[in-house]
Design a protein. Sequence first.
Length: 261
Amino acid sequence: MASTLKVVLLLLFSSFTISPISCYKGAQHPLDPLSPKELTLVQTIVKKSYNPSSNNSISFHYVGLDEPEKPTVLSWLSKPSTKTLPRRALVFTRVNEQTHEIIVDLSKRIIVYDEVYKGLGYPLLTADEQIAAIQLPLKYGPFIESTKRRDLNVSYVVCSTFTVGWFGGVERTKRVVKVQCFYNKGTVNLYLRPIEGIRIVVDLDKMKIVEYSDAFKIPVPKAEGTDYRFSKQHPPFGPRINGAAIMQTNGPGFEIDGHTI
C-alpha cells in the first residue's frame, strides 16, 4: 500500500517532464502555456545561475508563463501576423531554505528578476518531498514504539501529508507539514483506520521530524465494512439506475484551435 501511495502522489503532483532540447521556438499566441521544451529551458537557466555543482539545494515548486500585460496582448491580437511577443516564465524555487521568485526571459535565456520572497505563505508541495516526508515516521524510533503499544504491525502503516501550516511549538517561518498515519491491514480504505493520538510535524527543508507527541491511545477502527470495492459488497442492493446518453447531432458548439476556444 505504501508503494501504491507513492505512485498516486507522483501522478497527482508531478508538474512536468524533463527532456533534452536543442533550440528555443516561440509560441504562436502570447498566452499559450509553456511547452515541455520551455520548462526544461527554465530549469537549465535557473540551475546554471546557482551553480548546481556547489552545495546549493534547489527545488522547483512552480513554473508557469509570466503573462504579458493585457494592452500588449490586445495590441498583438490586432496585428497577429507581427513577431511573437517575448516569452517569459514565472518561477518559484526553494534555494538553500529560502523562497525565490524568479522571472526568466526565454528569448534572451537570462534571469531578469530574482528576489527572496519574505511574505506570508509557502510554495507548493512537491511529490518528492511528500514521499520523503511520509517515510520518516516508519523509521522513527518513538513512532515505532507507539505502534507497538497499540499492538499494530508497522509494516501495515501508511502515512500521508496534510497542508503546510503552523502547528505550535516550531517557528512560524519554518516550512513544516503535518503527517497523519493510518492502518491498512484488512482493507484498502485506509483513511477509515487512522492511528489517533499521535502528532507528527516534519520540517520539509531539513527533512526531519521536529515535533512528535503520543498524547493518548484509542483503538483503531475495525476494518470490517470499510471496503468500498463493488466485489466486496453484499446484498441487498439498492434499485438499479438506468443509463443516460447525451447527443449533439450537429457536433459541439465550439472549436478548439491550439489553446484557443
